[in-house]
Design a protein around this ligand. Structure first.
Ligand code: NDP
Ligand code: 2IT
Length: 444
């Protein structure tokens, strides 16, 4: 059996009930087959792939907190410190009832390659909790965040592990967690990113994932003789990534006609009103049903449905496995030319394969949404030098990073004979730097 197949088999056997982790490992290792075969003897001797798929450390802890009625709740907290070969662990904290160890491991594993692709010095990690922030008061959110950080603060630090936002964790949660970290550790340091500007946050971090997604999409289209100008775009989600993807798509001349949340979706034929979306989601924290009040000509539908809307480009920006084979068939039938993943692994494996077979340009999340973590690394740099760069400076660096990233994955795909396969390109380009660093650092 080939080395890649052996390791995939072991991962499935040794990590039962973690389907998302298996999915992520399979996709990456399948892509690496050609590189692994070329170095098989050394990699096998050093157990490089076994070390790559085993987190350096995984922490699981109890998070007790008290609700507004005095009832105590207990959630589970996680931090998976996956790989520190090229820098301190870096990756977000997800707060969502679906969180379990397998979800955090899939996200942490993806983060290794994503962070490597940014070209910056950051290793891979991820964390979170099965806590559900929906419907909680500010005080309850604070109680949870403080309890969560009371334990997490023992394992993180500005040069050790630097968490950030993800689903359910935005500026409010980062603020409460930062306050508790500082209080316990007595350190004012860049231990979290996605902070508000008033205490060490970076301009453009809020916008970075969505903006970066459009910068790389635009560059990819440009290199294939196309552009975003005049294109119709469908977006899923209505959170941090979706909102700023919609905003930047509009600035680059495209029209986004959909957004969604976990209850339903909106179709706005004149283009999604970003100011209305921000007010509903960022300020009032309401459901998308409210959107029609701002835009009477729009439609609201319960359930799932954005992938059935006719468009040129699809940007899944909500969650894992939200775009399946059936959805991919609809996209192709409707003439979609490009799919770029704002979320982490939103496209199922069979859907990805189908889209690629049909000639749809496909940029995987670890490349397409890397602008968020890249800007987090820029926030770390600013914190280290105790200076703050302007919005324009950070945005220009973000754009440069995304353009370079596209050319790196494109070149890696071409080098190994997979021209235009950005999945293979991203996995290989991300892996090479990490593998070199792991080899140089010996068996650790
Ligand atoms: P938010 O919490 O801000 O928004 C998430 C959005 O996705 C909401 O509209 C939410 O709807 C929807 N959603 C979440 N879970 C589900 C689900 N199970 N089914 C349907 N809809 C769902 O998160 P972000 O925008 O930050 O994250 C979105 C994706 O982007 C995630 O995959 C995340 O890992 C990834 N990502 C985020 C980065 C960042 O910087 N924030 C960076 C790179 C990737 P509802 O509110 O109803 O739950
Ligand atoms: O998935 C991701 O890359 C993030 N949630 C952002 C991580 C970060 O450290 O900014």
């Amino acid at each position: 059996m080939s080395y890649v197949d052996e390791v995939i088999e072991r991962v499935v056997k040794e990590n039962p009930s973690e389907p998302e982790f298996h999915q992520a490992v399979k996709e990456v290792l399948e892509s690496l087959r050609v590189v692994v075969e070329a170095n098989e003897e050394a990699y096998r001797r050093d157990a490089l792939l076994e070390r790559l798929v085993n987190p350096e450390r995984q922490i699981k802890f109890r998070v007790p907190w008290i609700d507004d009625k005095g009832q105590v709740h207990v959630n589970t907290g996680y931090r998976v410190q996956f790989n520190s070969a090229i820098g301190p662990y870096k990756g977000g904290l997800r707060l969502h009832p679906s969180v379990n160890l397998g979800i955090i491991k899939f996200l942490g594993f993806e983060q290794i390659f994503k962070n490597s692709l940014t070209g910056l010095s950051i290793g891979g990690g991820k964390g979170g909790s099965d806590f559900d922030p929906k419907g909680k008061s500010d005080r309850e959110i604070m109680a949870f965040c403080q309890s969560f950080m009371t334990e997490l603060c023992k394992y993180i630090g500005a040069d050790t592990d630097v968490p950030a936002g993800d689903i359910g964790t935005g500026a409010r949660e980062i603020g409460y967690m930062y306050g508790q970290y500082k209080r316990i550790r007595n350190l004012f340091e860049g231990v979290l990113t996605g902070k508000a500007i008033s205490y060490g946050g970076s301009y453009a971090r809020t916008e970075a994932t969505g903006y970066g997604l459009l910068y790389i999409t635009e560059e990819m289209l440009k290199c294939n003789g196309q552009s975003l100008q005049g294109k119709t775009v469908i977006v899923s989600g209505s959170g941090n990534v979706a909102i700023y993807a919609i905003e930047k798509a509009g600035q680059l001349g495209a029209k986004v006609v959909t957004a969604s949340d976990s209850n339903g979706w909106v179709y706005d034929p004149e283009g999604i009103d970003v100011a209305a979306l921000k007010e509903i989601k960022e300020v009032k924290r309401q459901r998308l049903t409210e959107y029609k009040k701002y835009r009477p000509n729009s439609e609201y539908h319960e359930g799932k449905g954005v992938w059935g809307v006719k468009a040129d480009i699809a940007l899944p920006c909500a969650t894992q496995n939200e775009l399946n084979l059936e959805d991919a068939k609809k996209l192709v039938a409707n003439g979609v030319i490009a799919v770029a993943e704002g979320a982490n692994m939103p496209t199922t494996a069979d859907a990805t394969e189908y889209l690629q077979e049909k000639g749809v340009y496909f940029i995987p999340g670890k490349a397409a949404n890397a602008g968020g973590v890249a800007t987090s690394a820029l926030e770390m740099s600013q914190n280290s030098e105790r200076l703050s760069w302007t919005f324009e400076q950070v945005d220009a660096k973000l754009k440069e990073i995304m353009v370079n990233l596209f050319h790196n994955i494109d070149a890696a795909a071409k080098k190994y004979g997979f021209d235009g396969n950005y999945v293979v390109g991203a996995n290989i380009a991300g892996f090479e730097k990490v593998a070199d660093a792991m080899t140089a650092q010996g068996i650790v």
